[in-house]
Design a binder for this molecule. Sequence first.
Ligand SMILES: Nc1ncnc2c1ncn2[C@@H]1O[C@H](COP(=O)(O)OP(=O)(O)OP(=O)(O)O)[C@@H](O)[C@H]1O
Length: 502
Amino acid sequence: MFSQIPQPLEYAEALLAHFSRLSQSTDSSTLLSQSAQAMAQLTGCQLSQLYLLDASRERLELKAQWLEGTLHPALGSGRSADHCQEPLLQYAISQNRVVDLSNLDSRLHNIDFLPRAGDPWRSLLAVPMRDSRQTVAGVLMLASCTHMPLQGYAPSLGALGSAALMQMSLLERRPQQGKPLGRCVSAGTLIGSSPVMRKTYQLINRVVHSPYTVLLLGETGTGKEVVARAIHDSGPRRAQPFIVQNCAAFPEDLLESELFGYRKGAFTGADRDRKGLFDAAHGGTLLLDEIGDMPLALQAKLLRVLQEGEIRPLGCNESHTIDVRIIAATHCDLKQRVSQGRFREDLYYRLAQFPVVLPALRERGRDIYDLATHFAAQTCAFLQRRPVVLADSAMAQLACYAFPGNVRELKGLVERAVLLCDGHELLAEHFALPSELNDESGRLNFRKRMDAMERGLLLDCLRRNAGNQTLAAQELGLARRTLLYRLGRLNINSDEIRAYAS
Ligand SMILES: Nc1ncnc2c1ncn2[C@@H]1O[C@H](COP(=O)(O)OP(=O)(O)OP(=O)(O)O)[C@@H](O)[C@H]1O
């Protein structure tokens, strides 16, 4: 990397020192200036500049400049000039190529955008800088008043510039001490601005930036997982993993090995070490969904994790520390489970450090309309068809409905209505909510009604694809075998499907 550099060893040492300084920097506003200064010092160039693309990627702005020993961090007030049209810069960015001109001739090259120095510019180097996604995010520019080969500096300075960009984005994502916390959970993050949801957002925002364990309670389909994700995405852990584990979906042994991981030989079939979800979520958030169904023996182990912040994988003699925010969720009455002896009281009190009850959809008033509109737009986009609006008659019907399956049920109903609707307006008939479903008894057979809805959705899709199961699966975004499994589970037989082929 340093073969074309006059004193490679000294250069490598100085470069390392600059990398180390950048990685320790805690101030994103001076990071670019520090980098510009470092690049000038490393190469001996009189000019060093850093240009960055803005969020739209259409403007290229000069963010830092080092000229003849002076730093120019604040380049003009307000919006700085756009350099996107400068051919040299444009070429480096659009082609993702280094531009090296060691015999610069101002009659041949357009360098009017460079500031004037005592002598004319003789050499120039422009190097693209990449961000953490390896996308070109800017360009660094070096210029010297003497003829000198600069090409050899390109790889290492490109890496230094990119490291500065990554450090800057890390710092910008980190909440800063003493400054107001930028992000919060609100009607802008989640759909719904009813008074009851606003109160819920206020409550949630009390814990977003703290490490407290949150217990999300609420009927099925009220959006507990959606809210857990919003807490994670709005808090300081958002750059780290968010992992969901359903505690009802696995038998005890499997759930334990999923959560805690195991060492090779811990049990028959453990032929290698495997990390558990507590480790996978290190630094981030682990949502334990359906916590009320966690087996009692595992509840004791979870309590230990919450109290001591340590886990011990199966087959391992030593514990190690983990840094994971736990959010637990359940639709069941945990207190009742405690009184029935099905849930540990000590764990309940540890989890219920900060309970948040999500309201049922029927209590959320106008949110029903906002959510229905959102799901209709989402479904139309998915099916690549023209947008639809909700007729008043449809809204009136939805507003009277009890929604035992809450937001999940509304989503299913809207998706089906969009499939049934040929025009641009969703009418009451497209929802066709049987009146008996609006009474209390409707809540008791929720599973049956969800099955009926799914049945209708699958049959509609098969009808429109003339019974072709492969096309229907594609349209629904399901694997073909998943579609076949669902058809079997709902007793939709091949005769019914064949009827659509004719
Ligand atoms: N505010 C919201 N905005 C958009 N979609 C939502 C919202 N709340 C819920 N949903 C949708 O409703 C469905 C159910 O949400 P979610 O899985 O979070 O509910 P839940 O309370 O965790 O359900 P369960 O108790 O059955 O696990 C999902 O498809 C989710 O995307």
